[in-house]
Design a protein. Structure first.
Length: 145
C-alpha cells in the first residue's frame, strides 16, 4: 500500500487533509466570516448564505470502540456515519472518516432510502455484494461485532 513518504500513513488514491478546529470569540466571528466569504465558495448543499442543516447518525459497536479510541487519542482510527442534508432524503450518504495522526480522510457512498431503512433494521447482507468498497467495508465492520 502506498503511503505519504516518511510518515507511514497509508493513502493509496485517497485524499488526506488536515482538519484544524479553533475556538472563536463571538465578536471575532462575523468579521472573520465576511473575510472568508471573499475567498471561499458555498458548499454544494447550501440553501443560502446561512449554509445548510446536517443530520448525522454515527455507528459504533457494543463496546463504544470508536468513542473510546477518540477519547484516548488513538493514532489510527475510523468512524462511520449516515448523513442527510437540509432534512431531505434526496441525498443520503454513508461516510467513513479515517484519522491517521494529524491527517484526515473522508469517503462517502450514496445510498437510497430503502438501503437506509434496511441498515436501520439490521438487514445489511445486501452490502456484502455491492461493488462499492466503502459499503462492503461497512458491512464487514459491523457484521463481525
Amino acid at each position: 500500500m502506498k503511503g505519504r513518504k516518511g510518515t507511514g500513513i497509508p493513502n493509496g488514491n485517497k485524499r488526506l487533509r488536515h482538519e484544524l478546529k479553533y475556538y472563536l470569540r463571538l465578536n471575532d466571528y462575523e468579521p472573520l466570516r465576511q473575510k472568508l466569504r471573499l475567498v471561499t465558495e458555498l458548499a454544494p448543499y447550501s440553501v443560502d448564505e446561512e449554509g445548510y442543516h446536517i443530520r448525522s447518525l454515527y455507528f459504533d459497536d457494543l463496546h463504544d470502540t470508536a468513542l473510546h479510541e477518540k477519547n484516548y487519542g488513538v493514532f489510527k482510527r475510523r468512524k462511520y456515519r449516515i448523513r442527510i442534508y437540509n432534512k431531505s432524503d434526496a441525498a443520503i450518504k454513508l461516510e467513513r472518516k479515517s484519522k491517521f495522526g494529524g491527517y484526515i480522510c473522508k469517503e462517502a457512498a450514496s445510498i437510497t432510502r430503502a438501503d437506509y431503512e434496511s441498515i436501520m433494521a439490521g438487514q445489511v447482507d445486501f452490502l456484502q455484494e455491492t461493488p462499492n468498497s466503502l459499503l462492503r467495508d461497512f458491512y464487514y465492520r459491523f457484521s463481525e461485532r
